[in-house]
Structures are given as C-alpha cells and as structure tokens.
Design a protein around this ligand. Structure first.
Ligand code: HEM
Length: 401
C-alpha cells in the first residue's frame, strides 16, 4: 500500500487544484488561530518574500498568549531563538551578514578536495561489500564530516558530533515526541559547551575555519554575542546535515529509477549541475516551512489574519504545472529551473553553494565508481514517515563495479 510518505505528490496535486490555500484550525493552550497550507508556487513565493510573513511572533502577540507564566524554556528553544533562520530584520540582517562574511565562496571551493577525499574513502569501504545501504554507508557520513571540517571540529570528535547532529535534526520535524525534544535540548547543552571551548581556542589561536572567521567577524565588524555565535554554529549543523544527506541519497535513487537520465549524465558530465538542480526540485529535501502572519494579508480570495501561520509547501510548489512544464517528469536538462528547494527571499539557504557542491561531488564519484549499480529486490528503498523532509530511511544497492 502506498502511504502519503511514499508518494505525497498526488495529495499535493489535489490540494493545489481544489484548495490551494487550505485552512487548518489550530490552537495552543493560550489561543486559537488558523494555519494556512499553501501549495501553489506563486503563493509559496509570496510567503517567502513578502515582509508581512515573519518569524518573531512574540513581537506581534500579547505576552500572555505567547508563553505560560513561569514556563520553562528548553535549551533547544533558547538556542533556536538565536538562529538567524528564526529571526526577522534587523537581527536577521546582522547575524546573516556576520556569518556570511566568514562563509565565503573561497571557503566552500577549498572544501572540494576534502569532499573528494572523503567520498573516495567511503567508496573504498563500500567496494569490499556486494550490497550496501547507501544512506548509512555514503550519504550520511559525508555532510557531517564536511560541516565538522568547516567549523573546525577535531577529527577524533566527529562520531560524537554526528550523534548530536542526528538528534538535533529530528527535533525540527513537526511530529516530534517529548523524548526527542528533551534529547535535543541535552544535545544543544553539550554542543554549546563543546563549541564554546573551540571558540576560546580560536580566539587565542585563529585557524583557517568558519569559527575563526566568525570570531574575527564578531571582533572586527560588529556585534555578535557569544551565544549568538555558538547557536548559529548549531544551526549550521541542524540545517546542513540531513538536508544534504537527502540530496545525495535522493539523487542516487532518482538516477537509478530513471536509467535514461543516468545514461545521459554518464555520457556528458557537464549536465551534473543541472541534474542536481532537478533532483532538488523533484524530491526536495525540505518539503515545507512556516511563517507567522504579522498583519492581515489578502491571498487571492482568502484573507489571512494577523496571528495566523502559513505553511508554504516547497515540495508542492516545485511540482506546480503553472510554473514547471510537465512537473512530474524528471528532466536533468530542465532550463529554467527556478525551484524553491533552498527557499527564497532573505532566508534563502546560506549553505546552498556548499550543498550543491557536495551533491555534485558525491553523485559523480558514486556513479563513476559503480556505474552498473542496481537496486536490491523490490524493498530496496523506503521513505521516512516525515512531514518536514523527503528522506530515504534506506536505499539498498548492489555495488559490484
Ligand atoms: C536556510 C534548505 C543545506 C544552512 C534554508 C532554507 C531552506 C534550506 C529551504 C530556508 C528555510 C526558510 O526560509 O524557512 C536546504 C537544503 C539543503 C541545505 C535543501 C541541502 C540540500 C544547507 C547547508 C547549510 C545550510 C549545507 C550550512 C552548512 C542554512 C542556514 C539557513 C538555511 C544557515 C538560514 C538562512 C537564513 O535564515 O538567512 N536551507 N539547506 N543549509 N540553510 Fe539550508
């Protein structure tokens, strides 16, 4: 039986055709509001670009409907409140420009040899086996090693770092359990302490890494508190790990499902950048995001009220026939391909250049090493029951060269 997680696109199509701005009555213990689900490309774009859609609802709501008096704020929530992802201007502008200054195209480009080294190492390990789970053996380890390198985390701590990262990302999904929330808060505490030590070392002895760059940006160019610095490093880990895992795994999965596209790519590797864009559009790693409605907004014939939320479904926007010709066709030469997989507007993914490069390096290296790899049986893959992401739980492949 096909569940919505295995094939969500017919559901998106139905919503887009019948109720493209769908009202979901919602409530906390303190107030009621509507969450509006958007599935048309243009509406999603509006929600991402129009400054009336914001993050910091506490600036717009009376304090008594935001938090219960005396409510204990978890470490995860207090960290998230410093994440640029959940900030509006002017704080967003300040945080983003300081991190961006340290996260230059040169830093990204310089990581390519390291990416190639890691992929070679992982592929060597896989070569010793006949069957592998590509998610565990390949897609998962690479991005965390790259973020660890980027931040300057020592090699011997990488396994611990990877475990924290895993817990943290799970906490971003909507359907999280209390246990996950609590574990994520513990991971945040541990990460803050861990990263604080690295920051102090970098203050004394700067290196060629992102934390040193952020310390420099803080000291030379503007105000950035130590907590903001640490919490935005935590954001990088949360935002940049599993998303990129999904890009790599979804890419290998799609190319194996579409053998003609794979042959086309193997004949002409200059198509690699546009193939990666099509993978991002077709199976977008992040399927949905949210914004708070800071004043009444008219969207077509629907009025969204101040105090409501919107959920722009990026995965649905990326299959909108009003924007993409034959949206359900996987076409690695698609041009133009203005997908929303990295968002749009002021929060456009800061890590997009890094993720694109990782995707390109990993997918090319895999198919060059295992050009004839195939699925193992008819249970070779399954998607996770996630609302937020399009993530393969496993992808079992025969890798004999
Ligand atoms: C923001 C997707 C990889 C860091 C975003 C947003 C999306 C996204 C959709 C915007 C969310 C919104 O507007 O609500 C992705 C995907 C990735 C990826 C699909 C991989 C394929 C990365 C990597 C990093 C990163 C590798 C860093 C190492 C960030 C940061 C933001 C962000 C810092 C917040 C930017 C801001 O608020 O100004 N990402 N991301 N992402 N991403 Fe990524």
């Amino acid at each position: 039986m096909t569940s919505i997680q295995q094939d969500r696109y017919p559901v998106y199509d139905q919503l887009r055709s019948n109720t493209p701005v769908l009202a979901e009555p919602s409530a906390t213990s303190l107030r009621t509001y509507t969450t509006w689900h958007l599935t048309r490309y243009d509406d999603c774009l509006t929600a991402l670009r129009d400054p009336r859609f914001v993050h910091e609802e506490r600036k717009y709501l009376a304090p008594e409907v935001c938090e219960e008096p005396g409510e204990n704020i978890s470490s995860l929530t207090s960290s998230q409140r410093n994440w640029m992802l959940f900030k509006d201007p002017p704080d967003h502008t300040r945080l983003r420009s300081l991190v961006q200054r340290a996260f230059t195209p040169k830093i990204v480009q310089n990581l390519q040899p390291r990416m190639e080294h890691i992929t070679t190492m992982l592929l060597d390990e896989m070569e010793a086996q006949t069957e592998v789970d590509l998610v565990q053996a390949y897609a998962f380890p690479l991005p965390v090693m790259i973020i660890a390198t980027l931040l300057g985390v020592p090699m011997q701590d990488r396994e611990q770092f990877r475990a924290w990262s895993n817990i943290l990302f799970q906490s971003l999904d909507f359907l999280v359990s209390d246990t996950t929330w609590e574990q994520a808060s513990q991971a945040v505490d541990a990460l803050r302490a861990y990263l604080r030590d690295i920051v102090h070392e970098r203050v004394k002895q700067p290196q060629d890494d992102l934390i040193s760059g952020m310390v420099r940006a803080r000291d030379e160019h503007g105000k950035l508190s130590e907590d903001e610095l640490l919490d935005n490093c935590i954001l990088m880990l949360a935002a940049g790990h599993e998303t990129t895992v999904n890009l790599i795994a979804n890419g290998v999965y799609l190319l194996l499902r579409e053998p003609e596209a794979l042959v086309q790519l193997q004949r002409d590797w200059t198509l690699l950048p546009s193939a990666v864009e099509e993978i991002l559009r077709y199976e977008s790693p992040i399927q949905v995001t949210t914004r708070f409605v800071s004043e009444d907004v008219q969207l077509g014939d629907v009025t969204l009220k101040k105090g409501d939320y919107v959920s722009p479904w990026l995965g649905a926007a990326n299959r909108d026939p009003a924007k993409f010709t034959e949206p359900d066709r996987f076409d690695i030469t698609r041009d133009p391909n203005r997908h929303l997989a990295f968002g749009q507007g002021i929060h456009f993914c800061l890590g997009a250049p890094l993720a694109r490069l990782e995707g390109q390096v990993a997918i090319k290296a895999y198919f060059q090493r295992f050009p004839k790899s195939t699925f193992v049986g008819d249970q070779a893959w399954a998607f996770k029951p996630s609302v937020l992401t399009r993530s393969l739980a496993h992808l079992k492949l025969k890798v004999a060269p």
